[in-house]
Structures are given as C-alpha cells and as structure tokens.
Design a protein around this ligand. Sequence first.
Ligand SMILES: *Cc1c(COP(=O)(O)O)cnc(C)c1O
Length: 226
Amino acid sequence: MERDQALEQRWHEVNGRIAAAASAAGRNVSDITTIVVTKFHPASLVRDLWELGVRHVGENRHQEAVAKHAELTDVDLTWHFVGQLQSNKAKAASEYCSLVHSVDRVSLVTSLAGQPRDVGVFLEINLTDVPGRGGVEPESLESLAEAVLGTSNLTLRGVMAVAPQDEDPRAAFERVVGYSERIRALSASSTDLSIGMSGDFEEAIHAGATHLRIGAAITGKRSDAT
Ligand SMILES: *Cc1c(COP(=O)(O)O)cnc(C)c1O
C-alpha cells in the first residue's frame, strides 16, 4: 500500500514537472507523450501505473517484455520497445510493440518489414564518439531512413537518442534537433523526437521532445539494477 502511494506521488510529481517545463517552453503538454519505462519491474507495477492513468509503457528487453505483456492483455496499453533489438527477435517484438524506438540498422528494418503488423519506428542515433554504442552513426541516417520509407508496414516517426553522460544534455539535444531536420527533409511527417529520461526530461521538453522515456523517476529504484 505504501509502495503504491509512493508510485502515485512520483507519477504526479513528474507530471507536474512536465507540465511546468512545457509551459516554460511555450509548448502544449498534449503534444508530449510520456512513456514510463518499466524494465526490471514486475507486471504488477505496470498494472498499478495503468490504474494511475499511464497508457504508454516502454521495455528494453524482449524476453521480459513479452512475459509482462502476456500478463496484461486485459489492459489498454501502448507498448514501446526502447532497447537494443536483435533482428531475430523483431517478429516477436512486433507482435506486442506498436512502436520501436531503437531502429539503428538496415537489417533490423528488413526484419520488421517482413511482418504483418504496422509498426511506428524511430531511428536511434548514437550521440557518443564510441561506435557500436547502440544507435546509427549520423552519417548513415539518410540511408537508414530511406530503408524505412521503402517498406509498406513501417511508419517513420522520427529520431530517438540518449544524451551521453559526459555532455550537457542541452548540447546533445540540439544536435538531435539537427538530425531531425535532416529526416524531415526526406519525410515531412517524420517529426517526432524521442528524447528525455529521468535525468534530463526538462531539457528535452525545451528542445522539442514529443516522446519522453522516463523510468526511475516514476517507478523508483530498480532493485536488481546494477
Ligand atoms: C532505461 C531506459 C530509459 C529510462 O531511463 P531512466 O533514467 O530510468 O529514466 C530510457 N530510455 C532507454 C533506452 C532506456 O533503456
């Protein structure tokens, strides 16, 4: 019971901060989708969140996500996949995820494109100097976007990124906005920006985030996280 109240309190607190940041940026809060990232937490917590009014949840591991989804078929939630996705798991993931935020290579596009379900995709961009960190390198953005645009079941929603830990998130998000403009030049409707986590969602809202991926600030500390 106490735990539920703490969850409710954090959810309301974060919502208040989102509303304040949107207002400060002159933005309409209804243009911002808050995805609660529930990795490492049980299906019961996802259900508690749903009861509080959460309608978008994010997961980063297929195995865990598919099990939770199976326990929650009676609630109306939109599932977002935000973690690295192996191409051989793409079909299974597309069966419960409406959106994949972590599309970073053509082989994954090909795997998702072979599925009957429509999936919204974000191109994840690597903002670090370390290749292979997860995310496409900026120079390959256009070719990856073309691959998505060439499919019939994938909708290119926009770009996604994680701000590097050693950089001011405002500077990192400014670069993401530049990448988003490059994508828009190819596909005018692909305007979504999936940026902003527990530690930087206010900066992300200021930069124009349309999708926030917030975990710990709402769910609390993950007991088995390292
Ligand atoms: C875990 C995770 C988040 C949420 O992180 P918090 O810092 O807990 O808010 C967002 N995006 C991705 C890709 C994640 O894996």
